[in-house]
Design a protein around this ligand. Structure first.
Ligand code: ADP
Length: 465
């Protein structure tokens, strides 16, 4: 018996096994249809025999693609959790070592453990760190990495089609992976996980609120619409910070206000990570203020949720959130007039640039919105909404392209003049919004409309085209 004890002591504990992984799909929110794909992967474990009998090839590897913080790791854990199998994980940056052979031997050890403890999920974070196309890195570091990559390919091939060890890897750069990695039998299945939309953000907040003492009337939608561009990791953080806020105030329930404040702090955090010169802050503020000030003149666009110049992940500049705009636009329900209004709003940054800085000093920060204006104007003409061309004939006649463009340009010009006019009439409001934005970086709906009430002079009647 002494020998048995000794053997037990000598047996190395699995190094890469994560214990106590207890994540379920219900912990991951805002996935929509992606969930179905992941449920299928769970079935490869639970119904593997059925797949094999029917000759269905079980993928060796699944690639989760998407920006940091969207929940790729969480999802991989949820697959293991739902299937009730072991979860092994490693970050590919740990593979990449200076010493030759270390990376490759880690890969071997990882898969050895996973096999001994099968069924299991092997999760490789940041696959691109090791899976970058070979030959892209020169020198001995490149050689070491190639050895590691080769070892990984060997391990992946060893499990192809068996279904008892499935590899899930995450990457933000599927485009730069070595082609050998994505060949059939290896990472031949890609699942894209985008940043959450409005509803997704609301659901993620709700998932994280489940275990917290929330007030009954919390308005998750309000918080979701304040957090455009944020990912799950940031939303989870907001709920945590809100809880701390509540405790500090000696209260027992987390309120909408706690969440909104936490959202501002989270945003602030992102903000501090980004340096801008005072001139740039001002320029961006003028850009965003112009859109908000023009939009508030139009019935379909005036429902402004917030205005911000805080940089957010994936968005260089600021942002004006118009609630109705988006919904109507995507559902194709904008009326003729509100489409023109939309074009005018998109041209406001360019108009403001001209008014505030003069033709000689135009910047290019309005180029994105000017693009929006151009495509909306073409849509207007193509859709037969202009006076000149009735009906849908414009859709079909290819040699009319020039005519269409010149008409779109006319519309753009008229809207541009209109944007300028509105901005000139509202100089006071513009200055006030710009100052506040530079100072606070974000204005809530209430703050913005407070300024409109004080300084705004709204347009009585829109000119028609
Ligand atoms: P990634 O691997 O994509 O970088 P993670 O899975 O590490 O992102 O996400 C970090 C944390 O953020 C998770 O542990 C979870 O708390 C939260 N989170 C991210 N996405 C979601 C989501 N879709 N639903 C719920 N929580 C999420």
């Amino acid at each position: 018996s002494g020998a048995r004890v000794r053997r037990a002591q000598n047996k190395r504990l699995p190094q890469y096994l994560e214990r106590g992984v207890d994540v379920k799909f219900s912990d991951v929110a805002g996935l929509g249809k992606i969930r179905l794909e992941l449920e299928e992967i769970v079935k490869f474990f639970t119904h593997g025999e059925m797949y094999r009998r029917r000759g269905v090839r079980i993928p060796g590897g699944i690639l989760l693609c998407g920006p940091p913080g969207v929940g790729k790791t969480l999802l991989a854990k949820a697959v293991a959790g739902e299937a009730g199998v072991n979860f092994f994980s490693i970050s590919a940056s740990q593979f990449v070592e200076i010493y030759v052979g270390v990376g490759a031997s880690r890969v071997r050890a990882l898969y050895q453990e996973a096999k001994e403890n099968a069924p299991s999920v092997v999760f490789i974070d940041e696959l691109d760190a090791v899976g970058r196309e070979r030959g892209l890195i020169k020198g001995s570091g490149g050689q070491e990495r190639d050895a590691t990559l080769n070892q990984l390919l060997v391990c992946l091939d060893g499990f192809e089609g068996r279904g008892n060890v499935i590899t899930i890897a995450s990457t933000n750069r599927p485009d730069i992976l070595d082609p050998a990695l994505v060949r059939p039998g290896r990472f031949d299945r890609k699942i894209f996980i985008p940043k959450p939309g409005l509803i997704g953000r609301m659901e993620i907040l709700q998932v994280h609120a489940r275990k917290k003492p929330m007030a009954e009337d919390v308005d998750y939608m309000a918080v979701a619409s304040m957090t455009d561009g944020m990912v799950g990791a940031e939303l989870a953080n907001i709920v945590e910070v809100a809880a701390i806020n509540m405790i500090r105030d000696g209260r027992t329930e987390i309120t909408t206000d706690d969440l909104l404040q936490a959202a501002q702090i989270e945003e602030r955090g992102m903000l501090d990570r980004k340096e801008r010169s005072p001139e740039t802050w001002k320029q961006v503020a003028i850009n965003e203020a112009a859109m908000a000030v023009v939009a508030v003149n139009f019935p379909d666009l005036r429902n402004i949720e917030f205005v911000t110049i805080a940089p957010r992940a994936g968005r260089e500049l600021g942002y004006v959130r118009m609630k109705m705009d988006h919904i109507k636009f995507t559902e194709g329900m904008l009326s003729r007039q509100s489409l023109l209004d939309h074009i005018t709003v998109q041209l406001a940054p360019r108009a403001a640039d001209e008014l505030w800085f003069g033709e000689g000093q135009l910047s290019t920060i309005w180029s994105e919105t000017a693009d929006n204006a151009r495509s909306a104007a073409r849509m207007f003409v193509l859709g037969g909404l202009s006076e000149k061309h009735h009906g849908l004939s414009n859709f079909w006649v290819a040699d009319r392209i020039n005519e269409i463009d010149s008409e779109a340009l006319q519309i753009v010009n008229i809207c541009y003049e209109r944007a300028k006019e509105i901005l000139q009439q509202n100089r006071k409001l513009m200055d006030a919004v710009v100052d506040e934005l530079v100072e606070k970086k974000s204005l809530t709906k209430q703050e913005f409309f407070g300024l409109v009430e004080l300084h705004g002079s709204l347009q009585p009647m829109p000119p028609s085209i």
